[in-house]
Design a protein around this ligand. Structure first.
Ligand code: NOJ
Ligand code: CA
Length: 702
């Protein structure tokens, strides 16, 4: 990533010593932050939006076994500065991102025992970020952290859009509830096997709040590094939340050596829902790219020998059904193939041919390597080998064939959550990739983590994820991680981290389905941390249920799947369905061929969480605009204001839309394609079916 200080205006620096309290306004003046210490010397902050209290005085602090950074404090020094600069992401929704904020660093000092802590606040026009900075102390410098005291005290019984607190998984459907109804909403969730759900009223971030006044607040964290992920303990009757750091199974959240700076706690704030979607606050709070030469990082679309494992009559990642009965097997050629293994040479060739003929950049192959016989049996060995192809996967042949066809094979590393073993094999695995012409990998951590004292989002796994991404960068490898700690904008610092799953993805369409509202909430929540490998492009919306033979119905129309390429932006975007399903609807597939995955500009035109999203984006590599609109299970007419188009020019819009009688449940595959002459200033009224959507390509008229 090129980090450009295009502008460093208004560099107003000031220092105040021994303050009673301190406050700052956001650059535009709509947000105001107060910082104070109460009578017990406890640091507190509050946040005012458009003159009204949004967060009432809320405590700050960290508690370690060795010492407490929570009371007995006075404010010793307050430093403020205004920063206005821009940077150019390697990929993303915008070609330039403005980073404009007022910063206030408040130094808290306590005597007896002597302690020192700075809280750095950055107040943007679209929200607040703050983090704790613990410098080298006179007292203990190695800390065992069990609790962080950060509070978020809200002022009313707001609406909450959230999923249960969980140390291991975020693959849940979303609740739309209120503070006081939260206990009931959370009690309806089933516990995932092998995952550690917190009890009671704990939720996870990113989450969204909507107040009765129509103020939206996205709560999350930025730059999660060297520290556990944060959940939120909610006190429903007090309308308040408190940070809950994910502990390891021994009960410790973080082992720190000072100096240390925590991740940023973030609140994106606006009374216009579209601003929440457009906000780049989380990325702005991350460090610039640590990768200097980013020319090898290439956004892409990819297909996969993947979906047929979810929908196709008991197809398996494993090559043989024998191996479980023969633990410790080393010679796979002696095993009897099960005949249901799609990662075979012939089938992979079919995908390469289709990708090549249709300009799809990559083909992911899952189930290519040894170890799957044991993978989901959590209590067993769970050892994959990342340089051992199965006997029916002819890697040298496929490597050369893919190259000849101009397609990149994408590696798959399912670790079955044996993260420590993966670390041991990492260099060998990445070298093996490079030797075989792979430069992207999808990783996976299904099951309970090994080492067994860790959780998916505990400090050790956060460190593991950073280690993998750094190592991958050294080998010039791009990463799409599944079941990893949820993203917090680190893809700015490591732009080879193209995508993550870290939410309930499209795969659940074959496990009972994702309701249409699901993709109307993810952009307000999960996507604020970074792009998601949601796996859009599902054309066959009825399928056999994963592993169970019964039917599953996807919560979508076919046209909506096209719109998801716009509403769920990702630089590593899957084209998830089987080639034969694309051949059946080949005219609609044209949109997937045409749609870019990297953008020069984005305009959110309409948005309401859980209900609808309409967005327009300009291709980074051409003058084409693309529009995507989706709705929940209710039909809707999107109003697409085309004023983003350059004036005095003529355009053609190719509209892929739900047919008049389309409906996600009854008639999901009914769509129409039509061409319309358009120009700037026009407003298109675009009908969306229940659970439907529309996707539009707008090109200059020749
Ligand atoms: C879960 C991932 O989300 C999915 O995409 C993958 O196919 C399976 N694990 C197997 O690795
Ligand atoms: Ca998953």
């Amino acid at each position: 990533m090129k980090f450009k200080q295009l502008l460093l205006a208004g560099f107003l620096v000031s220092t105040i010593l021994s303050a009673e309290a301190a406050d700052i306004y956001s650059p535009g003046g709509e947000l105001k932050l107060n910082v104070d210490v109460n009578a017990a010397g406890q640091p507190v902050y509050s946040l005012i939006y458009k003159g009204k209290e949004l967060v009432s005085p809320s405590r700050l602090g960290i508690q370690a076994d060795e010492t407490k950074f929570s009371d007995g404090f006075r404010i010793e020094q307050v430093d403020t500065v205004t920063v206005d600069r821009s940077w150019e992401p390697v990929w993303g929704e915008y070609s330039t991102v403005r980073d404009h904020f007022r910063e206030m660093a408040v130094k808290f000092v306590a005597e007896d025992p002597a302690r020192e802590m700075t809280v750095r606040f950055r107040l943007f026009d679209d929200g607040l970020g703050f983090r704790y900075e613990l410098p080298v102390q006179k007292g203990p410098n190695y800390l065992t952290v069990k609790d962080e005291l950060t509070e978020f005290n809200f002022t009313g019984n707001h609406k909450l859009y959230c999923i249960p607190g969980d140390y291991d998984t975020d693959e849940y459907l979303w609740s739309e509830t209120t503070f006081t109804d939260l206990p009931q909403a959370l009690s309806s969730y089933k516990r995932h096997s092998e995952a550690q759900r917190t009890g009671g009223t704990t939720i996870q971030t990113p989450m969204l709040i909507k107040t009765a006044d129509g103020v939206y607040v996205n709560m999350h964290e930025a730059a999660l590094d060297g520290y556990p992920a944060m959940l939120l303990d909610v006190e429903p009757d007090k309308f308040s939340m408190k940070s809950h750091l994910v502990p390891d199974r021994l009960g410790v959240s973080a082992y720190l050596q000072l100096p240390f700076a925590t991740p940023w706690r973030t609140l994106i704030v606006s009374d216009d829902a579209r601003d929440i979607l457009a906000s780049q606050l989380v990325l702005n709070l991350n460090e610039p790219s640590k990768i200097e030469d980013t020319s090898w990082i290439k956004p892409m679309k990819f297909m996969g020998v993947w979906w047929e494992m979810f929908t196709g009559n008991q197809k398996t990642w494993a090559y043989s059904d024998d191996a479980l009965a023969k633990p410790g097997i080393t010679d796979y050629s002696k095993l009897k193939p099960n005949g249901r293994h799609p990662a075979n040479t012939e089938n992979v060739k079919k995908y390469i041919d289709f990708a090549s003929a249709n300009g799809i950049d990559g083909v992911l192959v899952e189930g290519w390597n040894e170890g799957w016989e044991d993978w989901a049996s959590y209590r067993k060995n769970r050892q994959f080998l990342f340089d051992k192809p199965y006997p029916d996967f002819d890697l040298p042949y496929l490597r050369d064939y893919a190259k000849e066809k101009g397609v990149k094979l994408i590696m798959h590393h399912e670790t079955a959550a044996n993260a420590s073993d993966y670390e041991k094999q990492l260099d060998r695995a990445f070298q093996f990739m490079k030797d075989n012409n792979y430069d992207a990998v999808k990783t996976g951590y299904v099951g309970a983590i090994i080492p067994r004292s860790e959780h998916h989002t505990s400090q050790w796994m956060v460190d593991h994820a950073r280690h993998v991404i750094e190592r991958a960068a050294e080998y010039k490898i791009m990463v799409d991680s599944h079941e990893a700690p949820r993203p917090t904008g680190l893809c700015r610092t490591y732009p080879n981290w193209l995508a993550q799953e870290s939410a309930r993805g499209g795969e659940f369409e074959s496990m009972g389905g994702n309701p249409p509202s699901h993709t109307c909430i993810l952009p307000f929540t999960r996507l604020k941390g970074g792009p998601m490998d949601y796996t859009p492009g599902l054309f066959e919306t009825r399928m056999s249920y994963y592993g169970e033979g019964k039917d599953s119905q996807a919560g979508t129309t076919l046209a909506r799947q096209l719109a998801l390429y716009l509403t769920m932006p990702s630089p590593m975007q899957m084209v998830c369905d089987l080639p034969e399903n694309y051949e059946r609807f080949y005219d609609a597939f044209q949109f997937i061929k045409d749609v870019p995955v990297d953008w020069a500009d984005s305009r959110y035109l309409e948005a309401e969480p859980n209900r609808y999203i309409t967005v327009a984006r300009r291709d980074k590599n051409s003058d084409d605009w693309f529009v995507g609109a989706i709705t929940d299970e209710n039909a809707r007419t999107a109003e697409i204001d085309l004023s983003f188009l350059p004036k005095n020019e003529k355009f053609i819009a190719t509209i892929y839309e739900d047919a008049p009688d389309a409906d996600w449940k009854e008639n999901p595959q009914a769509y129409r394609i039509r061409n319309v002459d358009v120009k700037s200033g026009m407003k298109l009224k675009q009908k969306l079916a229940p659970g439907g959507g529309a996707a539009i390509r707008i090109t200059k008229k020749k």
